[in-house]
Ligand binder design. Structure first.
Ligand code: IMP
Ligand code: ZN
Length: 361
């Protein structure tokens, strides 16, 4: 099963760029920073957090602050992006929607725009695998299928989602949406709302999210990471294209979900390690899968939660008694929920079809 989950093509729709930084890179950058600026980072604290196998939500967000501290220039953003793409491609992810929060940091001359430019530089600089990130009408149709027709180099389609952090103001959230609109030709396909769920108010982000929708961007929301029935209801009223987590949903929320069929991005390890779900046997993946509800298995943060997409598939298979072809179908069905255009979707459908005819159990 482990080999099967590794080798089959996969689709990742919920991965945060900086939460997916390579551990070795994080430690190297933190160490270097610690040597030059003693007060900038607490290296031993960071090492300790990385090695822990369960983190409260508060510790997780402390970890993000530590990670963000090592981003001291644009080249580091470019490097992290390049490596994250390489890592997903080597795990046989063929389509990746990578999300990241555009960051402004005046002390290093970084604007939200220059941060995203550095991310795009990272996409361009990958050389060990072929990356398709610019939406095209003609070429993208054959990009992934060429791989199947005898080209042995790995190929990955990447699209970007820009995140609004819950600490941000309405104006800052609006700036992110405007940036996403400007960057559509570089493969930005949507907007995400994330950040510490204990922070901020839904009404703060709503104007920006409404504007994103009016302008044709897709929206995905981190929803129900903590118990907050009122916010969950408001989020469901907004009717986003996808929802991340859905851990603290009550019966009434599930009833609404079942009539609206909003796909759920499921992050098993993340939910268990942050204690958002008490144990894997009661994780809502089980019921949703049985009910044939639209869902996608995702990693959230490969670095912070020491996982990979193939590990998430193996975890689901082992925990819910699913076989190889069932896991393949979970992966194939994820294609239906991507934010990229229909050209890419059809291309991926064809690709999964040809793979299914050639894979042996
Ligand atoms: P970045 O946006 O590339 O910097 O990725 C890290 C950021 O993603 C964090 O600072 C959070 O805002 C967000 N994030 C990552 N994982 C989670 C999660 O589990 N819940 C909510 N937000 C998250
Ligand atoms: Zn997330």
């Amino acid at each position: 099963m482990e080999e099967w989950c590794e080798s089959m093509p996969k689709v990742e729709l919920h991965a945060h760029l900086n939460g997916s930084i390579r551990v070795s890179t994080l430690l190297k950058l933190a160490k270097a920073l610690n040597e030059t600026q003693k007060d900038a980072i607490n290296f031993s604290q960071m090492e300790h957090v990385i090695m822990k196998n369960a983190l409260s939500l508060t510790e997780v967000f402390h970890m993000f602050d530590l990670i963000h501290n090592v981003i001291t220039d644009h080249n580091i953003v470019t490097r992290i992006t390049k490596e994250v793409i390489e890592d997903f491609a080597s795990d046989n992810v063929v389509y990746l929607e990578l999300r990241t929060t555009p960051k402004r940091n005046d002390s290093i001359g970084m604007s939200k725009r220059s941060y995203i430019d550095a991310v795009i530089e990272g996409l361009k600089s990958v050389s060990s695998v072929d990356v398709d990130f610019i939406p095209k009408t003609e070429d993208s149709k054959s990009f992934i299928n060429d791989k199947f027709n005898g080209n042995s180099r790995k190929r990955i389609i990447v699209r970007l989602i820009l995140s609004i952090d819950r600490r941000e103001t309405t104006e800052a959230a609006m700036e992110t949406v405007k940036l996403a609109l400007e960057m559509r030709h570089f493969g930005v396909v949507g907007i995400d709302l994330s950040g510490n769920p204990k922070t901020g108010e839904w009404t703060t982000y709503l104007p920006a999210l409404k504007f994103a929708r009016e302008q044709g961007l897709n929206v995905t929301l981190h929803c129900g990471e903590i118990r907050n029935p009122k916010e969950i209801k408001n989020m469901l009223d907004f009717h986003p294209q996808r929802i991340g987590h859905a851990c603290f949903f009550e019966d009434e929320h599930w009833r609404r979900m079942k009539s609206s069929k909003i796909p759920v991005e499921i992050c098993l390890t993340s939910n268990i390690r942050t204690f958002s779900v008490a144990s894997i046997d009661v994780h809502h993946f089980g019921d949703l899968y049985k009910a044939n509800y639209p869902l996608v298995l995702c990693t959230d943060d490969t670095c912070v939660f020491s996982t990979s997409l193939s590990k998430e598939y193996k975890y689901a298979a082992d925990s819910f008694g699913l076989g190889k072809w069932e896991m393949f179908e979970v992966s194939r069905n994820a294609v239906e929920h991507i934010f990229a255009d229909n050209g890419v979707k059809n291309d991926l459908r064809k690709y999964f079809h040809s793979v299914s005819k050639n894979m042996e159990v």
